[in-house]
Ligand binder design. Structure first.
Ligand code: ASC
Length: 150
């Protein structure tokens, strides 16, 4: 488990230093990549949600691990919304490309809140986690409302 997370983080680090356009051979690859990153991120975010809502017992170490992953993963999907990736197996709305500045703003808000969530989880304080979880979830929802088809 530790080794596979290390490998994932190493490839993430490599991906972050590459120009966006160089990362994907085909638009379908970019669409698959961004969906996969949202899926994995959603899984770790949901584990925090279970603790924030009391559906799962609060474990500060588990919370910190999940929040670290969410903060790292939060940076990934955006490079995969390049030109030509608006068509295909995707619920992405045309507004992503038509209103790129607004989309970038939504991205920045989410990435910023995910970093705060990571910091909050590190404190080991459940109330801090709850507050930061709600703020981050709000930025997920805002982006879904504006940029994702139902
Ligand atoms: C989740 C998850 C999302 C967000 C979103 C918040 O747990 O997977 O995409 O919360 O539903 O509104």
């Amino acid at each position: 488990m530790k080794t596979s997370i290390t490998l994932i983080l190493a490839s993430v680090a490599a991906a972050l230093t590459m120009p966006a356009a160089a990362q994907f051979a085909k638009p379908e690859d970019a669409i698959k990549y961004r969906k996969a990153s949202f899926t994995v991120m959603g899984a770790h975010f949901s584990r925090l949600g279970a603790m924030a809502s009391g559906r799962a017992p609060f474990d500060a170490k588990v919370a910190a691990e999940n929040a670290d992953l969410v903060a790292t993963l939060s940076k990934l999907p955006w490079a995969a919304f390049g030109e030509g990736t608006d068509k295909g197996e995707t619920r992405a709305k045309p507004e992503i490309w038509k209103d790129a500045a607004k989309f970038k703003e939504a991205e920045d808000k989410f990435v910023g809140e995910a970093a705060k969530l990571q910091a909050a989880a590190k404190t080991g304080n459940l109330d801090a986690l709850k507050t930061a979880f709600a703020a981050t979830g709000g930025t997920c929802k805002a982006c879904h409302d504006n940029f994702r088809k139902d």
